[in-house]
Write a protein that binds this ligand. Structure first.
Ligand SMILES: Nc1ncnc2c1ncn2[C@@H]1O[C@H](COP(=O)(O)OP(=O)(O)OP(=O)(O)O)[C@@H](O)[C@H]1O
Length: 257
Protein backbone atom coordinates (compact mmCIF):
# COMPACT_ATOMS: atom_id res chain seq x y z
CA UNK A 1 0.00 0.00 0.00
CA UNK A 2 1.26 3.49 -0.86
CA UNK A 3 2.33 5.59 2.10
CA UNK A 4 0.25 8.74 2.44
CA UNK A 5 1.82 11.98 1.24
CA UNK A 6 -0.44 13.79 3.70
CA UNK A 7 -1.83 12.29 6.85
CA UNK A 8 -3.96 13.69 9.66
CA UNK A 9 -4.13 11.81 12.93
CA UNK A 10 -6.62 12.53 15.68
CA UNK A 11 -7.41 16.05 14.53
CA UNK A 12 -9.85 18.10 16.61
CA UNK A 13 -11.27 21.49 15.78
CA UNK A 14 -13.75 23.65 17.67
CA UNK A 15 -15.19 27.05 16.98
CA UNK A 16 -15.88 28.41 20.45
CA UNK A 17 -18.18 25.88 22.12
CA UNK A 18 -18.91 24.06 18.86
CA UNK A 19 -16.75 20.95 18.53
CA UNK A 20 -16.75 20.41 14.75
CA UNK A 21 -14.03 17.80 14.11
CA UNK A 22 -13.61 14.85 16.48
CA UNK A 23 -10.37 12.83 16.38
CA UNK A 24 -10.32 12.81 12.60
CA UNK A 25 -7.85 10.56 10.78
CA UNK A 26 -7.46 11.27 7.08
CA UNK A 27 -4.90 10.18 4.51
CA UNK A 28 -4.09 11.45 1.03
CA UNK A 29 -1.93 9.33 -1.25
CA UNK A 30 0.15 10.52 -4.19
CA UNK A 31 -1.28 9.35 -7.50
CA UNK A 32 -4.74 8.80 -6.05
CA UNK A 33 -8.01 10.69 -5.91
CA UNK A 34 -9.63 10.60 -2.48
CA UNK A 35 -13.22 11.76 -2.38
CA UNK A 36 -14.21 13.56 0.81
CA UNK A 37 -17.93 13.16 1.28
CA UNK A 38 -20.44 13.93 4.02
CA UNK A 39 -23.74 15.64 4.57
CA UNK A 40 -24.11 19.42 4.85
CA UNK A 41 -22.39 20.52 8.03
CA UNK A 42 -20.45 17.23 8.45
CA UNK A 43 -17.18 19.16 8.60
CA UNK A 44 -15.68 18.77 5.11
CA UNK A 45 -14.85 22.45 4.63
CA UNK A 46 -13.50 22.70 8.16
CA UNK A 47 -11.22 19.73 7.53
CA UNK A 48 -9.98 21.29 4.29
CA UNK A 49 -9.37 24.59 6.08
CA UNK A 50 -7.34 22.76 8.76
CA UNK A 51 -5.21 21.21 6.01
CA UNK A 52 -4.86 24.58 4.25
CA UNK A 53 -3.83 26.33 7.46
CA UNK A 54 -6.80 28.70 7.37
CA UNK A 55 -8.23 27.26 10.59
CA UNK A 56 -5.31 25.35 12.13
CA UNK A 57 -6.34 22.23 14.05
CA UNK A 58 -6.64 22.55 17.86
CA UNK A 59 -5.00 19.17 18.44
CA UNK A 60 -3.83 16.14 16.55
CA UNK A 61 -0.98 15.47 14.20
CA UNK A 62 -0.40 16.47 10.60
CA UNK A 63 2.24 14.50 8.71
CA UNK A 64 3.59 15.34 5.29
CA UNK A 65 5.79 12.92 3.35
CA UNK A 66 6.16 10.86 6.52
CA UNK A 67 7.21 13.73 8.78
CA UNK A 68 5.24 15.67 11.36
CA UNK A 69 4.64 19.24 10.18
CA UNK A 70 2.96 22.37 11.48
CA UNK A 71 0.46 24.09 9.25
CA UNK A 72 -0.34 27.31 11.05
CA UNK A 73 -1.25 29.37 8.04
CA UNK A 74 -1.80 29.24 4.28
CA UNK A 75 1.89 30.02 3.72
CA UNK A 76 2.91 26.86 5.59
CA UNK A 77 0.51 24.84 3.43
CA UNK A 78 1.78 26.44 0.21
CA UNK A 79 5.40 25.83 1.24
CA UNK A 80 4.62 22.12 1.55
CA UNK A 81 2.91 22.09 -1.85
CA UNK A 82 -0.68 21.96 -0.60
CA UNK A 83 -3.15 23.96 -2.69
CA UNK A 84 -6.90 24.37 -2.41
CA UNK A 85 -9.26 25.27 -5.23
CA UNK A 86 -12.32 26.79 -3.57
CA UNK A 87 -15.80 26.84 -5.05
CA UNK A 88 -15.77 30.57 -5.72
CA UNK A 89 -12.47 30.05 -7.61
CA UNK A 90 -11.20 33.53 -6.67
CA UNK A 91 -10.37 34.45 -10.26
CA UNK A 92 -10.27 38.08 -11.37
CA UNK A 93 -12.69 38.57 -14.28
CA UNK A 94 -10.92 41.62 -15.67
CA UNK A 95 -7.58 39.81 -16.01
CA UNK A 96 -6.50 37.23 -18.55
CA UNK A 97 -5.56 33.61 -17.88
CA UNK A 98 -1.83 34.25 -17.44
CA UNK A 99 -2.43 37.17 -15.09
CA UNK A 100 -4.85 35.05 -13.06
CA UNK A 101 -2.50 32.10 -12.84
CA UNK A 102 0.23 34.32 -11.43
CA UNK A 103 -2.01 36.62 -9.42
CA UNK A 104 -0.28 37.46 -6.16
CA UNK A 105 2.83 35.57 -7.16
CA UNK A 106 4.10 37.53 -10.14
CA UNK A 107 7.55 36.47 -11.12
CA UNK A 108 10.24 38.86 -12.16
CA UNK A 109 13.64 40.21 -11.52
CA UNK A 110 14.01 43.54 -9.74
CA UNK A 111 10.25 43.87 -9.55
CA UNK A 112 9.70 43.63 -13.29
CA UNK A 113 7.20 41.09 -14.48
CA UNK A 114 8.69 38.51 -16.78
CA UNK A 115 5.63 38.42 -19.02
CA UNK A 116 7.02 36.05 -21.62
CA UNK A 117 8.18 33.62 -18.97
CA UNK A 118 4.83 33.66 -17.19
CA UNK A 119 2.97 33.18 -20.46
CA UNK A 120 5.17 30.20 -21.30
CA UNK A 121 4.70 28.63 -17.87
CA UNK A 122 0.92 29.09 -18.06
CA UNK A 123 0.82 27.50 -21.52
CA UNK A 124 3.11 24.66 -20.43
CA UNK A 125 0.95 23.86 -17.41
CA UNK A 126 -2.27 23.84 -19.44
CA UNK A 127 -0.64 21.64 -22.10
CA UNK A 128 0.72 19.22 -19.50
CA UNK A 129 -2.83 18.84 -18.22
CA UNK A 130 -4.03 18.28 -21.81
CA UNK A 131 -6.29 21.29 -21.58
CA UNK A 132 -7.36 22.10 -25.10
CA UNK A 133 -10.59 23.93 -24.43
CA UNK A 134 -8.86 27.25 -23.80
CA UNK A 135 -7.81 28.83 -27.09
CA UNK A 136 -5.40 31.51 -25.86
CA UNK A 137 -3.78 32.13 -22.50
CA UNK A 138 -4.40 35.81 -23.14
CA UNK A 139 -8.19 35.34 -23.04
CA UNK A 140 -9.92 37.41 -20.36
CA UNK A 141 -11.33 35.18 -17.64
CA UNK A 142 -14.68 37.03 -17.85
CA UNK A 143 -15.30 35.43 -21.24
CA UNK A 144 -14.62 31.84 -20.13
CA UNK A 145 -17.29 29.22 -19.47
CA UNK A 146 -17.74 27.71 -16.00
CA UNK A 147 -15.74 24.63 -16.96
CA UNK A 148 -12.91 26.69 -18.44
CA UNK A 149 -12.77 28.82 -15.30
CA UNK A 150 -12.54 25.70 -13.18
CA UNK A 151 -9.74 24.45 -15.43
CA UNK A 152 -7.80 27.70 -15.03
CA UNK A 153 -8.24 27.61 -11.24
CA UNK A 154 -6.96 24.02 -11.12
CA UNK A 155 -4.04 24.80 -13.45
CA UNK A 156 -3.19 27.77 -11.22
CA UNK A 157 -3.09 25.45 -8.22
CA UNK A 158 -0.71 22.97 -9.85
CA UNK A 159 1.55 25.56 -11.50
CA UNK A 160 3.66 25.73 -8.33
CA UNK A 161 4.87 22.19 -8.22
CA UNK A 162 2.08 21.20 -5.88
CA UNK A 163 2.01 17.81 -4.22
CA UNK A 164 -1.53 17.83 -2.87
CA UNK A 165 -4.53 19.57 -4.41
CA UNK A 166 -7.89 19.83 -2.67
CA UNK A 167 -10.86 20.59 -4.90
CA UNK A 168 -14.04 21.93 -3.33
CA UNK A 169 -16.97 20.67 -5.43
CA UNK A 170 -15.34 21.47 -8.77
CA UNK A 171 -18.31 20.27 -10.84
CA UNK A 172 -21.11 21.74 -8.70
CA UNK A 173 -22.11 24.44 -11.18
CA UNK A 174 -21.27 22.64 -14.42
CA UNK A 175 -23.24 20.99 -17.22
CA UNK A 176 -22.65 17.47 -18.48
CA UNK A 177 -19.87 18.14 -21.01
CA UNK A 178 -17.99 20.52 -18.73
CA UNK A 179 -18.27 18.12 -15.82
CA UNK A 180 -16.71 15.47 -18.05
CA UNK A 181 -13.77 17.76 -18.86
CA UNK A 182 -13.16 18.63 -15.24
CA UNK A 183 -13.37 15.00 -14.10
CA UNK A 184 -10.86 14.05 -16.81
CA UNK A 185 -8.61 16.80 -15.48
CA UNK A 186 -8.99 15.51 -11.91
CA UNK A 187 -7.85 12.05 -13.07
CA UNK A 188 -4.88 13.54 -14.92
CA UNK A 189 -3.73 15.35 -11.79
CA UNK A 190 -3.55 12.00 -10.02
CA UNK A 191 -1.84 10.38 -13.02
CA UNK A 192 0.82 13.09 -12.76
CA UNK A 193 1.50 11.92 -9.22
CA UNK A 194 -0.40 14.48 -7.19
CA UNK A 195 -2.48 13.54 -4.18
CA UNK A 196 -5.96 14.79 -5.04
CA UNK A 197 -8.84 15.38 -2.64
CA UNK A 198 -12.24 15.83 -4.23
CA UNK A 199 -15.01 17.22 -2.04
CA UNK A 200 -18.24 16.19 -3.67
CA UNK A 201 -21.93 15.58 -3.05
CA UNK A 202 -22.22 13.89 -6.44
CA UNK A 203 -21.98 10.10 -6.20
CA UNK A 204 -21.51 9.69 -9.95
CA UNK A 205 -18.45 11.95 -9.85
CA UNK A 206 -17.13 10.12 -6.79
CA UNK A 207 -17.47 6.67 -8.32
CA UNK A 208 -16.10 7.83 -11.63
CA UNK A 209 -12.81 9.35 -10.47
CA UNK A 210 -12.09 8.47 -6.86
CA UNK A 211 -9.80 5.63 -5.76
CA UNK A 212 -10.95 6.02 -2.18
CA UNK A 213 -13.84 7.56 -0.34
CA UNK A 214 -13.52 9.19 3.07
CA UNK A 215 -16.84 9.93 4.71
CA UNK A 216 -17.34 12.44 7.49
CA UNK A 217 -20.40 12.06 9.66
CA UNK A 218 -21.14 14.72 12.29
CA UNK A 219 -17.46 15.65 12.41
CA UNK A 220 -16.15 12.09 12.75
CA UNK A 221 -14.49 10.03 10.05
CA UNK A 222 -17.15 7.37 9.54
CA UNK A 223 -15.12 5.33 7.05
CA UNK A 224 -12.26 5.49 4.61
CA UNK A 225 -12.64 2.81 1.97
CA UNK A 226 -11.58 1.84 -1.51
CA UNK A 227 -14.26 2.95 -3.96
CA UNK A 228 -14.17 -0.48 -5.60
CA UNK A 229 -15.18 -2.12 -2.30
CA UNK A 230 -18.39 -0.16 -1.78
CA UNK A 231 -21.64 0.52 -3.61
CA UNK A 232 -23.36 3.86 -4.21
CA UNK A 233 -25.97 2.78 -1.68
CA UNK A 234 -23.39 2.05 1.01
CA UNK A 235 -21.74 5.44 0.56
CA UNK A 236 -25.13 7.17 0.75
CA UNK A 237 -25.81 5.26 3.99
CA UNK A 238 -22.42 6.29 5.35
CA UNK A 239 -23.24 9.91 4.54
CA UNK A 240 -26.72 9.86 6.04
CA UNK A 241 -26.27 7.45 8.96
CA UNK A 242 -22.50 7.25 9.56
CA UNK A 243 -22.51 3.52 8.98
CA UNK A 244 -23.50 0.89 6.44
CA UNK A 245 -23.45 -2.75 7.44
CA UNK A 246 -19.89 -3.52 8.45
CA UNK A 247 -18.68 -0.08 7.44
CA UNK A 248 -18.79 2.95 9.66
CA UNK A 249 -18.04 4.50 13.00
CA UNK A 250 -20.04 1.87 14.89
CA UNK A 251 -17.33 -0.62 13.85
CA UNK A 252 -14.20 1.52 13.50
CA UNK A 253 -11.89 -1.48 13.26
CA UNK A 254 -13.49 -2.44 9.96
CA UNK A 255 -13.65 1.07 8.60
CA UNK A 256 -10.15 1.45 7.23
CA UNK A 257 -9.31 -0.87 4.39
N1 LIG B 1 -16.10 29.74 11.49
C1 LIG B 1 -17.02 28.98 12.09
N2 LIG B 1 -17.56 29.32 13.28
C2 LIG B 1 -18.47 28.55 13.89
N3 LIG B 1 -18.94 27.39 13.40
C3 LIG B 1 -18.46 27.00 12.21
C4 LIG B 1 -17.48 27.75 11.48
N4 LIG B 1 -17.21 27.11 10.34
C5 LIG B 1 -17.98 26.00 10.35
N5 LIG B 1 -18.72 25.93 11.47
C6 LIG B 1 -19.66 24.86 11.82
O1 LIG B 1 -18.98 23.63 11.65
C7 LIG B 1 -19.87 22.65 11.16
C8 LIG B 1 -19.27 22.00 9.91
O2 LIG B 1 -19.29 22.96 8.85
P1 LIG B 1 -18.54 22.71 7.47
O3 LIG B 1 -18.75 23.93 6.64
O4 LIG B 1 -17.16 22.27 7.73
O5 LIG B 1 -19.37 21.48 6.87
P2 LIG B 1 -19.40 20.91 5.39
O6 LIG B 1 -19.37 19.43 5.54
O7 LIG B 1 -18.35 21.54 4.57
O8 LIG B 1 -20.84 21.35 4.91
P3 LIG B 1 -21.38 21.76 3.42
O9 LIG B 1 -21.46 20.50 2.62
O10 LIG B 1 -22.73 22.32 3.73
O11 LIG B 1 -20.43 22.79 2.87
C9 LIG B 1 -21.20 23.33 10.93
O12 LIG B 1 -22.03 23.04 12.01
C10 LIG B 1 -20.83 24.78 10.89
O13 LIG B 1 -21.90 25.58 11.35
Amino acid sequence: MTEPILELRGVNKSFGPVHVLHDVDFAVRAGEVTALVGDNGAGKSTLVKCIAGIHPADSGEVRFAGRPVRVNGPRDAAALGIEVVYQDLALADNLDIVQNMFLGRERGRFGLLAEAEMEQAARRTLTSLSVRTVKSVRTQVASLSGGQRQTVAIAKAVLWNSKVVLLDEPTAALGVAQTRQVLDLVRRLAEQGLGVVLISHNMNDVFEVADRVACLYLGRMAAEVHTRDVTHGQVVELITAGRSGELGIARPESATI
